[in-house]
Design a protein. Structure first.
Length: 344
C-alpha cells in the first residue's frame, strides 16, 4: 500500500463543510485551507474572488511558502497566473473548477513549464445548469418574456401570441457532456435535436452530422446552441456565412466562448432581422463594453458569463475532486484529464 503523504492546497474559496469532506478522504492527505489568504467570493461559487483583495507582505510570504510545498492544488491560483510554475514547483496535479481551461494552460505555457503536472477539468459539473439556461432562454424567446418585462415596466396591456418549442429543431455544436445534457433535456420537451461533434456520444441526438457537414445542419436549425471549447480550430467558426445558412428568424444561443463567433457578423444578423433573437452568456470582450450595440437590442438576452454558475457548484466540484483524490492515491486514471494539445 502506498503510504506517501501529499499536501493539498485549496487555492480558491470553498465552504468549510466541503473542506472537511476533502480532509476525510484519506489520512495521507494534508489539506491546507487558509481563507484569510484567498480572495473573498463575490457570489456563490466565485472562484476568481474579489480582484481588489491584497495580501499584506507577511500574508504573501506565507502564501508563497504554501505554494512551494504543495503537491496537489485545488484550483489555479488566481493571484499568480503567470508565475505559478515557479511558485509551485512540486505540484503534481491541479484540479480546475472550470471545464474550459485549455486556453489558460496553453496561454501561460503550463503544459511546457509544468511537464510533470496533470491538469483535470470540472467537465460535467456545469452540464445541468447550462442545460436549464438553454431551456430558459428558448422559453423566454418563444413565450415573449422580454416583451412581458418591457410591457410591465411601461404598465402597458396588449395581448399577443407566443409559440411552442414542441416540434422545433435544435442544433447543437459540441456534443460533450454539456451538449449531451442539453440534447437529453430538449428531446424531453418534444424538440428534434441534431448536432455535430468530433466524438459524439451514441444516441445523444436524433441526427448527428460530421463537422464537415456543419452547413447542412445549420440550414435546419430553428435554434442553434454553441457548446464547444475555444481552440484554434473553433475560433470564429460561426461567421456571416454560417449565420446566413440559418433559417430566417432562427434563435441563437452561445454558452461556449465569445471567440468562437464573429461578433460583428452576429450583431449584423440580429440588426437585419435574419436572426429572431439571441441569448448570449459569453462575448468577444468581457465584461461586455457599455458601447456594445447588443445592450440595446430588445430581442437579446445578456448573461454576464453566469449561465453555468450555481450555488450548488462547489458541492459538485468537491464530489469530483474527492473521487479524483481516491483515484490518485490508488494509482487509477483520473477523471477529466486535460489534453493540452487538443485544449480540452
Amino acid at each position: 500500500m502506498n503510504t506517501t503523504s501529499y499536501t493539498v492546497l485549496i487555492c480558491s474559496y470553498l465552504e468549510p463543510e466541503y473542506v472537511e469532506r476533502i480532509r476525510h478522504v484519506d489520512d495521507r492527505l494534508n489539506v491546507i485551507y487558509a481563507p484569510e489568504l484567498l480572495r473573498p467570493p463575490r457570489y456563490a461559487a466565485d472562484h476568481h474572488g474579489d480582484p481588489t483583495f491584497q495580501r499584506t507582505p507577511e500574508q504573501e510570504e506565507r502564501w508563497r511558502g504554501l505554494l512551494a510545498h504543495a503537491d496537489i492544488l485545488f484550483d489555479f491560483d488566481p493571484t499568480h497566473r503567470a508565475d505559478l510554475p515557479d511558485l509551485a514547483p512540486h505540484a503534481r496535479w491541479i484540479q480546475a473548477t472550470s471545464a474550459g481551461i485549455g486556453q489558460l494552460v496553453k496561454g501561460n505555457g503550463y503544459d511546457k513549464r509544468m511537464p510533470n503536472t496533470l491538469f483535470t477539468t470540472a467537465s460535467g459539473v456545469h452540464a445541468r445548469p447550462l442545460a436549464e439556461f438553454v431551456v430558459m432562454a428558448m422559453l423566454m424567446h418563444y413565450k415573449g418574456a422580454l416583451r412581458m418585462i418591457s410591457a410591465k415596466e411601461r404598465r402597458h396591456w396588449e395581448r399577443y401570441a407566443g409559440t411552442d418549442l414542441e416540434g422545433r429543431t435544435l442544433a447543437i455544436v459540441g456534443l460533450g457532456r454539456v451538449g449531451s445534457e442539453i440534447a437529453r433535456t430538449c428531446r424531453g420537451l418534444g424538440m428534434t435535436v441534431i448536432g455535430t461533434d468530433v466524438r459524439p456520444a451514441a444516441g445523444t441526438v436524433d441526427r448527428n452530422y460530421e463537422p464537415s457537414r456543419l452547413s447542412a445542419m445549420l440550414s435546419q436549425a430553428d435554434v442553434l446552441v454553441l457548446m464547444v471549447p475555444h481552440t484554434p480550430q473553433t475560433e470564429k467558426m460561426i461567421g456571416a456565412k454560417e449565420l446566413a445558412l440559418l433559417p430566417r428568424g432562427a434563435f441563437f444561443i452561445n454558452i461556449a466562448r465569445g471567440a468562437v463567433v464573429d461578433e460583428p457578423a452576429l450583431i449584423e444578423a440580429l440588426r437585419s432581422g435574419h436572426l429572431g433573437g439571441a441569448a448570449l452568456d459569453v462575448f468577444a470582450e468581457e465584461p461586455l463594453p457599455p458601447s456594445s450595440p447588443l445592450w440595446a437590442m430588445p430581442n437579446v438576452l445578456i448573461s454576464p458569463h453566469s449561465a453555468s454558475t450555481s450555488d450548488r457548484e462547489n458541492a459538485r466540484i468537491t464530489e469530483l475532486f474527492c473521487d479524483n483524490l481516491r483515484r490518485f492515491l490508488s494509482g487509477e486514471p483520473l477523471r477529466n484529464v486535460l489534453n493540452p494539445e487538443l485544449m480540452y
